[in-house]
Design a protein around this ligand. Structure first.
Ligand code: NAD
Length: 363
């Protein structure tokens, strides 16, 4: 049995976590669930949205399936999601974007994988607020050394991109490509303008690519990449990006395949991995048995693949695909009209997926 930490989250989290657990169990995957709490509900009880027991469980098991968690506003707590990524050094964000028949979208046959660096870049959290003493000192320091001057009314965000950080994420993209039968990796940057951050990223990408002669490599400037993805998404396969471009382009790619309802994801590091949907905790739908569980179920499918349980992963993906393609036992967001009275609930959509899994496995 493989032990997996299941974080039920808050908002719609517990409902879709339960639906996902049932679907994964139905594949016959040998998983023992270690159920843990995080989010606003547990914060009321324990005074923290991320109890130490949850963190310990993740550290011990190394694999987590996480339902969404609300980021409490104005409490002084950091986002649990960001905290988890930092605490476990989950440096790679993986977001496959695949067209499923039956999902309304302007595009068909998209099959892209976005790999986003999670720890560096403008997201590193190194910021200097306008007018502060440190900021003014920093501005003076820069102005004494640079031909370009910064005025005293500027705020500053720092963009660190390191050789080590770039090596590990680009290797991750190539390893993923190899392991998953992908043909090409595209590295995205703005090296023509930011020579010492994105330029370094590009140079390291090219060096790492030489270690993988069996996988095609190319690079694209980020603005061109946006246009290419909208016009010719079929030309791309695995796309690897620094943090900020990855944040923006993963939403663009989710949009290509029909949005949040079917957008799974994972955050992966050397010591662990957490699988989660791209969408949030949609608190207004909490407890209504209403929302679509597919994105978290597909995140569970990615987890099974990560664990080498490919047969179970295939069975699960095929079952989700079939239920969506039929369009009958699906939640409101997958119906042509949002208030379609034939829409089913979260639980019932999971039931339909479980039924298909049974058929696929001959049960
Ligand atoms: P959200 O994704 O929770 O919801 C936006 C809208 O998308 C919802 O109102 C709903 O109409 C729709 N939606 C989302 N998930 C759906 C589903 N499974 N089925 C059907 N419709 C769905 O985004 P938000 O409202 O910006 O964020 C709510 C909270 O979630 C915030 O506190 C935010 O910080 C948090 N959040 C958490 C994560 C995470 O845990 N990884 C990710 C994003 C946002």
């Amino acid at each position: 049995m493989t032990k997996v930490t299941l974080i039920k989250g808050d908002g719609i989290g517990p409902e879709i976590a339960e639906a996902t657990r049932r679907c994964i169990d139905a594949t016959g995957a040998k998983i023992e669930w270690d159920i843990q709490e995080a989010g606003v509900d547990v914060m009321e009880k324990e005074g923290t949205p991320l109890p130490e027991a949850t963190l310990q469980s993740l550290r011990k098991n190394g694999i987590g399936l996480k339902a969404p968690i609300t980021t409490p506003v104005g409490t002084g707590f950091r986002s649990v999601n960001v905290h988890l990524r930092q605490a476990l050094d989950l440096y790679a964000c993986l977001r496959p974007c695949k067209s499923y028949k039956g999902v309304r979208s302007r595009y068909e046959n998209i099959d892209l994988v976005v790999v986003r660096e999670n720890t560096e870049d403008l997201y590193a959290g190194i910021e200097f607020e306008k007018g502060q003493k440190d900021t003014l000192e920093l501005i003076d320091w820069i102005n004494a050394r640079s031909s370009r001057k910064i005025g005293p009314n500027a705020g500053i965000s720092i963009k660190p991109i390191s050789v080590e950080g770039t090596q590990r994420i680009v290797r991750f993209a190539f390893d993923y490509a190899r392991k998953n039968g992908r043909k090409k990796v595209t590295s995205v940057h703005k090296a023509n303008i930011m020579k010492f951050s994105d330029g370094l990223w590009l140079e390291v990408s090219r060096q790492v690519a030489k270690e993988y002669p069996d996988i095609e490599f190319e690079d694209r400037i980020v603005d061109n990449m946006c246009m290419q993805l909208v016009q010719k998404p079929e030309l791309y396969d695995v796309i690897v990006m620094p943090n900020l471009y990855g944040d923006i382009l993963s939403d663009l790619c989710a949009g290509l395949v029909g949005g949040l309802g079917v957008a799974p994801g994972a955050n992966i590091g050397q010591k662990g991995a957490i699988f989660e949907a791209t969408h949030g905790s949609a608190p207004k739908y909490k407890g209504q048995n209403k929302v679509n569980p597919a994105a978290l179920i597909l995140s569970g499918m990615l987890m099974l693949r990560h664990l080498g349980m490919n047969e179970q992963a295939n069975r699960l993906e095929k079952a989700v695909e079939a239920v969506i393609a039929e369009g009958r036992d699906v939640t409101y967001d997958m119906k042509p009209e949002r208030n379609d009275p034939t829409a089913v609930g979260t639980r019932e959509m999971a039931d339909a997926i479980i039924k298909k899994i049974g058929k696929n496995s001959g049960k």
